[in-house]
Design a protein around this ligand. Structure first.
Ligand code: MG
Length: 391
């Protein structure tokens, strides 16, 4: 079995939504396809994946550095990229190949470029075994999969050009009609008074604080962060997310010390050393606070598994992990690794966000279908881009 080709397509995100810091109307995502000469059900096995939402497509890094390294290894020693059985790709080995001649540290766009390609090999391995990816993931990491599904919340509540508290209420009611019973909204894109009015409007729909999380997208300085913490504390919200700059561990610790509610962060930490620093200096509390590292942004699933092991060695549980990025890939990962849950973007970030109809949302849970791999082929919004990439 060998790799015959690797391609990347930069896909534009649809919609005109914004959080406190970023407007997504210009954002792109790398959809990656790895072609093999293996055949299942009469068709060649093609691995599909993408880097997650929020950090742009990585076609340049993939085409100039990462894909040539993997293709060179595939040409010179194809068997060397397979695991001991010879029936599946050795993903840790492939990760090493992708990282050849890369210095440590400075984990930026490179981590998302490699994340997209690394995840495509999990899709291939699952398709080779003719099973959904969560099963391949659980077997590799020896974890108890959450076969009944994982907790899910609808992430939305962005700032729109024509925003109002009524628009926010309508949006969350629509998610409720889809079967979601928990929600997340953005804060920090308006004044504290305006944001508190938005939070009250969202609580009208959510019913209780534990069903509503808020996300500042790293915008706040310490003074603002503490003012919001004080105003929101009586509401007993689900969590207060990415309060300050993702690498400002001291700010995170100071807010944690002043705020009795749950704090969540980690979606913009892309490596094990970054997570180690969060654990050492961020004040995160086992059993209380939430970790949101995202495999597609941080070198893929092998690095993510190392992050979870590190968390567990410091007294945290993998159920404290809720990966950022409400899409099919992270759903399979959350189920396979037995994580606390995952998010969904039912209304935004198409064609990548949300889940196809077969993934029943209900009772606060979402579960993958039995489609082989990550099942991206079942998502109708993605189909034209997959066709374009694999034609
Ligand atoms: Mg966030």
């Amino acid at each position: 079995m060998r790799i015959t080709d690797i391609r990347e397509l930069s896909v534009q995100l649809q919609g005109n939504v914004a959080n406190a810091l970023v407007n997504f109307s210009e954002h792109t995502i790398s959809l990656v396809a790895v072609f093999t000469d293996a055949v299942r059900h009469g068709k060649p096995v093609i691995g599909l994946a993408f880097d997650s939402i929020g950090r742009y497509a990585q076609g340049g890094i993939l085409r100039e550095r990462i894909i040539p390294r993997v293709m060179a290894a595939a040409r010179s020693d194809p068997a060397g990229l397979l695991d001991a059985t010879g029936l599946a790709f050795d993903v840790p080995k492939l990760l090493q190949v992708m990282l050849k001649n890369e210095k440590p540290g400075g984990h930026g766009d490179r981590a998302a470029a490699i994340g997209a390609l690394e995840l495509a090999f999990w899709d291939i391995n699952a398709k080779l075994a003719d099973e959904p990816a969560w099963q391949t993931v659980a077997r590799h990491f020896c974890t108890d999969a959450k076969t009944d599904g994982v907790h899910v919340y609808a992430a939305g509540g962005y700032y729109y050009p024509d925003d109002s508290t009524q628009r926010l209420r309508d949006e969350f009611r629509a998610y409720q009609d889809m079967g979601f019973d928990a929600f997340k909204m953005k804060i920090g894109g308006a004044s504290l008074a305006e944001d508190m009015a938005r939070i009250e409007a969202a609580l009208d729909v959510a019913g209780q604080g534990r069903r509503l999380a808020v996300d500042a997208n790293g915008r706040f300085d310490l003074k603002t962060a503490l003012a919001y913490a004080k105003a929101m504390e009586p509401l007993d919200l689900r969590w207060y997310e990415e309060i300050g700059d993702p690498l400002d561990y001291d700010l995170n610790r100071r807010v944690v010390e002043a705020y009795s509610g749950t704090v969540a962060t980690g979606e913009n930490l892309f490596s094990v050393p970054d997570v180690n620093n969060l654990l050492l200096f961020g004040g995160m509390r086992p059993g209380r606070d939430v970790f949101q590292m995202d495999p597609g942004l941080s070198y893929g699933l092998i690095e993510y598994g190392r992050m979870l092991s590190l968390m567990e060695s410091r007294g945290f549980s993998r159920t404290d992990a809720h990966p950022h990025g409400g899409h099919l890939i992270n759903l399979h990962i959350a189920v396979g690794l037995g994580l606390g849950g995952c998010e969904a973007y039912p209304g935004v970030f198409q064609p990548f966000g949300g889940y196809p109809a077969g993934c029943a949302v209900g009772g606060g849970l979402v579960r993958p279908t039995a489609a082989p791999g990550f099942g991206l082929e079942e998502k109708p919004e993605l189909a034209p881009f997959i066709r374009q990439l694999t034609a």
